[in-house]
Design a protein around this ligand. Structure first.
Ligand SMILES: [Zn+2]
Length: 470
């Protein structure tokens, strides 16, 4: 059965090799063992119809006396393809072949070829950066021996990948600002008008818009409420959240979770998301006080008591730690006056940003749970107001613990965090929530952690929706 998987190209190659080298059965044997090692591939494999029996070359009755001894060949690489997270271009990876000095990648736009040698590399991967969106590509990889006494490998099995459409939300942008967010949001809403709605909630003191986005059925009877970027220097989470929104829009029609289509999931459970709660603070953390447009405000920012450099800025542009602006539930604050972090403000909801969050929440009819993205620590805070719903609260937190591999911290009785948004949820809404602290490097989290953070969190919306589905 496995012999049938030999491609016509491979057969031509084998025949040529056999003419040069010696009896065909030796190479046939080799091919079987190559096929045997190809069980781990996840990529599609083309199985062309068995080619017609080729004309058997005439075998000389007596082999020439000068015939060289047969040379062993390298094993064929086992190739896989994926689409790159940054640009949806096909990427090939393959195993290291023992004895190989380099590898050659062949590409065709049709199954039958022609296959062009596209790349020679000592590495075991190849990114097809010039691939065209929507085009299906066929790839084969060969291990090159570089030794006189050993032949190159046969071709790998063909792997196929269609180049994806470019993404809107960049993951290579290392400083995700309000302008990036606003541009991405507008483009996403325009591209997916049936799936995404934006809502204007007001503006900041430095004239940046505060928005929520609804993903899924706007009339869904259940909602999950999501926030990112309460704290300025944690802006990587705004980018992660936006990219997640794009992922769900792109895959809305095709993906499933636990056998339920995304379409069904998000038709029943929709998401109200504030991807950037604190755009003014983020302006300061990314580009310093010069990014504050209002001259008077900029002068004020420069005078605010600061912990470390501007990149370390956590508050909004007024010097209020927004996550602490729910001071009904607060113990004594870290700071009693405006500062780059730790000051909860003169009173609850003194800030435009927290008012916007309240407005967005009031616009939801039935919030089942809340997800807050923060940084850092690779941990998840969770809690409950009364033991009545402790089990429910834990079930929700456990979902995210299992997904990310982060450890959990029960903050139900922790006085330290009182006054923050989570305690507000705990006391006013009495529903499950998680505060996911992404990243292991100190804030602002190194951008090199983006892919890892994104991959750990990507399925969060699907899991949360499934948890409350039906
Ligand atoms: Zn935070």
């Amino acid at each position: 059965m496995k012999m049938k998987k030999i491609t016509s190209m491979m057969l031509v190659f084998l025949m040529a090799a056999s003419l040069y080298m010696g009896p065909t059965d030796v190479y046939g044997q080799e091919t079987v063992s190559v096929a045997d090692v190809q069980t781990q591939t996840e990529a599609e494999v083309v199985q062309p119809e068995t080619p017609a029996e080729p004309d058997t070359p005439a075998v000389p009755e007596e082999p020439p006396v000068t015939e060289e001894p047969e040379k062993p060949a390298l094993k064929a690489p086992v190739a896989k393809t994926t689409l790159r997270l940054e640009d949806a271009k096909p990427k090939l990876t393959w195993n290291k072949v023992k004895g190989a000095s380099k590898y050659q990648v062949y590409v065709a736009e049709q199954k039958k070829g022609p296959y062009y040698r596209k790349w020679t590399t000592v590495k075991t991967n190849y990114s097809h950066t010039k691939a065209r969106a929507g085009q299906k590509y066929y790839y084969k990889v060969k291990a090159v021996s570089g030794k006189e006494t050993v032949n190159d490998s046969p071709m790998s099995k063909i792997v196929i990948r269609t180049c994806g459409q470019p993404y809107i939300v960049s993951i290579t942008d290392t400083k995700y600002t309000y302008n990036d967010f606003k541009t991405d949001m507008d483009r996403l809403v325009k591209k997916y008008p049936d799936l995404l709605k934006k809502r204007y909630l007001g503006k900041t003191v430095d004239d940046r818009g505060l928005y929520s986005m609804t993903f899924g059925n706007p009339k869904a009877k259940k909602q999950i409420f999501v926030t990112a970027g309460f704290h300025a220097r944690e802006y990587i989470n705004c980018q992660v959240t936006m990219r997640m929104i794009e992922y769900y829009c792109r895959n809305y029609q095709t993906e499933t979770y636990n056998g339920v289509s995304y379409e069904k999931l998000f038709n029943q459970v929709s998401f109200c998301i504030l991807p950037m709660v604190n755009p003014d603070g983020i302006a300061i953390s990314t580009y310093g006080p010069s990014a504050i447009k209002d001259k008077k405000l900029r002068a004020k920012v420069k005078k605010i008591d600061r912990n470390g450099s501007y990149t370390n800025w956590k508050a909004n542009a007024r010097g209020v730690d927004l996550n602490g602006n729910y001071i009904n539930y607060a113990g004594p604050p870290d700071k009693t006056t405006f500062a780059s972090e730790g000051y909860p403000g003169p009173k609850s909801y003194s800030e435009k940003e927290t008012k916007a969050v309240r407005k967005a929440m009031a616009g939801c009819s039935n919030i089942k749970a809340v997800i807050n993205y923060h940084s850092m620590g690779n941990c998840i805070y969770w809690g409950y107001h009364s033991k009545k719903y402790k089990a429910k609260a834990w079930a929700f937190a456990k979902l995210f613990r299992d997904m990310t591999g982060y450890y959990t911290i029960d903050e139900s009785y922790s006085p330290m965090a009182r006054g923050d948004f989570e305690h507000y949820i705990m006391h006013e809404y009495r529903i499950p929530y998680v505060c996911i602290e992404n990243g292991k490097s100190r804030t602002p989290v190194k951008h090199s952690e983006f892919k890892s953070i994104y991959n750990k969190n990507k399925l969060g919306f699907a899991k949360a929706a499934y948890h409350y589905y039906k």
